[in-house]
Design a protein around this ligand. Structure first.
Ligand SMILES: Cc1cc2nc3c(=O)[nH]c(=O)nc-3n(C[C@H](O)[C@H](O)[C@H](O)COP(=O)(O)O)c2cc1C
Ligand code: SF4
Length: 568
């Protein structure tokens, strides 16, 4: 019986074949300068290569056999037990499904949270490339119920600028002075109606936070820190709203209790223009923040004062107040101690809280300077599916309910309203302004601007673009200098589009767009005006007369229209 293994037999066959081939080619070529030794040497090289190939094939076969044995003997996955080796293909395809759909399968208006068209608009705007669309809309506007239509005016007070670049550098400040109504010492008029929403250092990489902060400085807008404290990455020139979450990161003592002295130190040392108390977030209302252990790097741990590598779960409620009354006391305390405007951020569910808040504000003289409403369609770094999908109202419905309560108590002109929840897209933002928003916050759209590809792996620390990960290798790919310009370009483009649409509606500023300028299609034949959809009274959704005049005066230094002078 032969003792040769299959590999040895293969090697022998290959050697013989190689020699035959060599001799033949020597004869055919008739090359006298190439000696048999030369061919011998070349042949040896080829044989070495072939031997390596055979070894590699053998090793691969052994690996496949090992996987097959493992699959057949494990009990956790029936699919792999029944279909060893090839069953893994299903898991691979599931893992890269979002990317496959995104690049190969999805149509322009499919995909959530952001369609391909919406992402294309953000990407092109961020790169300052041509963000126009050709041939006409591919949205099914004739048949889509709920589709908002903005009604332009043939002759209005304001005339839209026509050049594509016009309005790009225009400043579009908030129509209200934040904190003025309550006489806060450091009340100010925010310079931009579009600002960067709270996203903590932790959920985002340091490079992403830095890119957004630098971008905010270039675009002249505010960056909200999110609830993960203020890190060195927030200190690149952009002005800040400091968010206070239930863990009091950045303003807590060693026991995790709120520490007013620390808050005042942070405020004194940084360009913080306002404080936002986070009550809840649209994507996970009633739950505290969650930073998976994989993302709790040494730097995050140091910034937040928590152990490295362990899930960081914030409490679902604040310890400093326990009801609406004590919340208002705390708001007044923070405002008095820091001089800053103080607001709350919340998703909208049950209205009892808002009813009580507006009643107490109307009767006790205490109050918040701003209210940020986050829609249930809003984003998160990580949340349970049921909370993201089904808890809290979508932005328009929730915002309108809250605004109505403020308006019924005549408080709507004394509070700055900020909206969030896919409002970084011009059409959504215009509806928000018409409903009474004074500013919009953008989170995921800003992430798209700095490179996010909507891979939806933010909760795993494997974000391929370095935006939402603490993995050093992955964040290395994100250049904060380059991406800061993209973030700023995106914010400026959105502002410009909002301004142009406002002018198309005949007004000088997005905050002056009336509810009567928007209708919601009911299908093919009818549409309902926005004020009727949300049961608004005449005049609701607008700033006070004095604020309107002030902001019109600020906008009028911008050129209007672009027409030649009338003929003589
Ligand atoms: C990665 C990520 C992290 C977030 N972190 C916070 C946070 O720390 N605090 C907060 O109030 N909201 C947080 N949010 C919610 C956003 O601030 C925003 O309210 C929400 O995503 C809606 O805006 P968008 O639709 O423009 O993304 C986060 C969102 C994302 C995507
Ligand atoms: S690219 Fe990164 S930031 Fe964007 S969705 Fe994917 S994981 Fe999240």
């Amino acid at each position: 019986m032969s003792t040769r293994t299959p590999a040895a037999c293969g090697w022998l066959t290959a050697t013989v074949l190689a020699r035959v081939t060599l001799t033949a080619s020597c004869v055919v070529a008739g090359r006298v300068d190439r000696t048999p030794e030369w061919f011998e040497a070349v042949g040896r090289g080829k044989i070495v290569t072939m031997k390596r190939g055979l070894w590699a094939a053998g090793a691969a076969a052994a690996a496949v056999a090992a996987v097959a044995v493992r699959d057949l003997t494990q009990r956790r996955h029936a699919l792999l037990r029944n279909f060893p080796v090839i069953g893994h293909g299903r898991y691979l395809i599931e893992a890269i499904g979002p990317e496959l759909r995104q690049y190969v399968v999805a149509a322009n208006d499919e995909e959530r949270p952001f369609t391909r068209d919406q992402r294309r608009w953000v990407y092109a705007s961020a790169k300052k490339e041509n963000n126009y669309f050709g041939f006409g809309t591919d949205n099914d506007i004739e048949f889509t119920a709920g589709y908002p239509i903005i009604k332009h005016r043939t002759f209005g007070r304001a005339v839209p600028r026509s050049h594509p670049e016009a309005g790009y550098e225009a400043s579009v400040p908030c129509a209200k002075v934040l904190g003025a109504a309550r006489g806060r010492a450091k009340a100010f008029r925010p310079g931009s109606v579009v600002n960067i929403s709270g996203m903590s250092f932790g959920s985002l990489s340091g490079a992403a936070v830095e890119a957004l902060n630098r971008g905010a400085a270039i675009a002249g807008c505010l960056q909200n820190t999110g609830e993960g404290a203020l890190s060195p990455h927030h200190r690149h020139g952009g002005e800040l709203v400091f968010q206070i979450g239930t863990s009091y990161f950045g303003c807590r003592d060693e026991q995790g209790r709120f520490d007013l002295a620390r808050l005042k130190d942070v405020v004194a040392a940084n360009p913080i223009r306002a404080l936002e108390i986070k009550l809840s977030q649209g994507a996970k209302p009633s739950l505290g923040g969650l930073l998976p252990g994989a993302k709790v790097s040494a730097e995050i741990a140091a910034t937040r004062g928590i152990p490295q590598g362990v899930d960081c779960v914030s409490p679902s409620r604040h310890a400093e107040f326990s009801d609406t009354d004590s919340l208002l006391d705390w708001v007044e305390l923070l405002a008095a101690e820091t001089g800053l405007p103080v607001g709350i951020k919340s998703a909208v569910g049950d209205l009892d809280f808002w009813d009580e808040l507006t009643t107490l504000m109307a009767t006790t003289g205490r109050g918040v300077d701003f209210v940020t409403i986050d829609g249930g369609e809003g984003g998160t770094g990580a949340a349970p599916m049921i909370f993201s999908d089904s808890v809290s109202l979508p932005f328009q419905v929730g915002f309108a309910r809250v605004y109505r309560l403020f308006a019924e108590r005549d408080l709507h002109e004394k509070v700055v309203f900020i909206g969030a929840g896919k409002l970084g897209l011009p059409d959504n933002a215009i509806v928000a302004f018409a409903l009474g928003c004074d500013m919009v916050n953008v989170a995921r759209e800003a992430m798209l601007a700095i490179g996010c590809i909507q891979a939806q792996k933010c909760h795993t620390d494997t974000c391929p673009t370095g935006v939402a990960t603490q993995n050093k290798w992955l964040t290395r790919g994100l250049d904060p200098g380059l991406k800061s310009v993209r973030a700023a370009n995106y914010v400026k483009t959105l502002r410009r589009d909002l301004l142009k649409v406002a002018e198309a509606c005949g007004v000088e500023h997005p905050g002056l767009i009336e509810t009567s300028s928007v209708e919601i299609l009911d299908g093919r034949t009818t549409a309902t005006p926005l004020d009727r959809v949300y049961d608004y009274q005449p005049g609701w959704g607008l700033p006070s007369k004095a604020d309107q005049e002030a902001v019109i005066a600020l906008m009028l230094d911008e050129p209007q229209g672009g027409s030649a002078p009338p003929s003589p």
